[in-house]
Design a protein around this ligand. Structure first.
Ligand SMILES: [Zn+2]
Length: 282
């Protein structure tokens, strides 16, 4: 699943293709992946009423940017397109006229410029925000500060967490809650908890503000260090033994203490979680 750093990298890759360019054709399919029918593939997409073609064509893309796990396209007339890849979404770039590697019916968002065709397949969410200022403000209220935004303040994470969640919420759910701070995905969740020696099932009520701030500061540092190219790294020890501390290491020895790393599907969404039973205390 793409995490915050992935979406920032994606924005950086897409930006030179779209910013300042005029969109010649656009498809925005708002309903979530899986709800549209394969049979629509045989009908001309131009005739598909679920695709919004209007409002973007002939307009220039002013800005491409990431906020948390969301990728935004801001158009000159104030229209904003928000996209969220979810588990299955991905972006492709084609030359005009080049055949796509996935079928048209899987396309959630497609933008044509003179030189490029940018296509997002199988997005979890795509939304055209016509009254950009109002709708965008509502969206921002649902999303905590982006850990990668300049000046984002981890001190606010603790009060936000206590306001939004019950005292018995486990830390693994706290870190994944994008309303508190956005950007932490499932891999970083396990890694950050290990690095800060916090058990994933320790509850919010037993965790101090200082400990929460340390978790978010650690997450921000890791997300920042991973903005460059290459695979995701949380363990910067050049011994060839692994670039992650615990994720995907079930049954293997802890790099710190040698205990066997444990794994389980834990928390509200039963997401894969890895931890060291000796280093991380409840
Ligand atoms: Zn250990």
């Amino acid at each position: 699943m793409p995490e915050g750093d992935t979406i920032h990298k994606l924005a950086a890759a897409i930006r030179p293709r779209l910013e300042g360019r005029t969109v010649r054709e656009a498809w925005v399919r708002s309903e979530p992946r899986g709800t549209f029918k394969r049979s629509q593939a045989s009908t001309a997409l131009a005739a598909d009423p679920s695709i919004d073609h209007s409002g973007l064509i002939g307009h220039r893309v002013e800005r491409v940017y990431a906020e948390g796990k969301h990728l935004f396209f801001e158009f000159e007339q104030g229209v904003l397109v928000r996209s969220h890849l979810g588990m299955y979404g991905d972006w492709h770039r084609y030359q005009p006229g080049e055949p796509w590697k996935k079928p048209e019916w899987q396309a959630s968002l497609a933008l044509w410029t003179e030189r490029d065709v940018m296509v997002c397949f199988n997005a979890k969410e795509v939304e055209l925000l016509k009254a950009a200022t109002i709708r965008h403000a509502n969206f921002r209220n649902r999303l905590g500060p982006d850990l990668l935004a300049p000046g984002s303040d981890v001190i606010l994470a603790a009060p936000r967490a206590r306001e939004l969640l019950d005292a018995d919420a486990p830390l693994l759910d706290v870190l994944l809650d994008q309303r508190i701070a956005s950007g932490i995905g499932n891999v970083y969740k396990s890694e950050v908890l290990f690095m800060e020696r916090q058990h994933p099932l320790r509850v919010l009520g037993d965790t101090s503000d200082g400990e929460l701030q340390s978790l978010y500061a650690r997450a921000r540092a890791l997300l920042s260090r991973n903005l460059g190219g290459g695979p995701r790294v949380t363990r910067f020890v050049p011994d060839g033994r692994g670039s992650l501390w615990v994720y995907s290491r079930r049954g293997r020895p802890c790099f710190r203490c040698g205990a066997k790393i444990q794994a389980g599907r834990l928390g509200r969404d039963m997401r894969s979680t890895y931890w060291c039973p000796a280093c991380q205390i409840v």
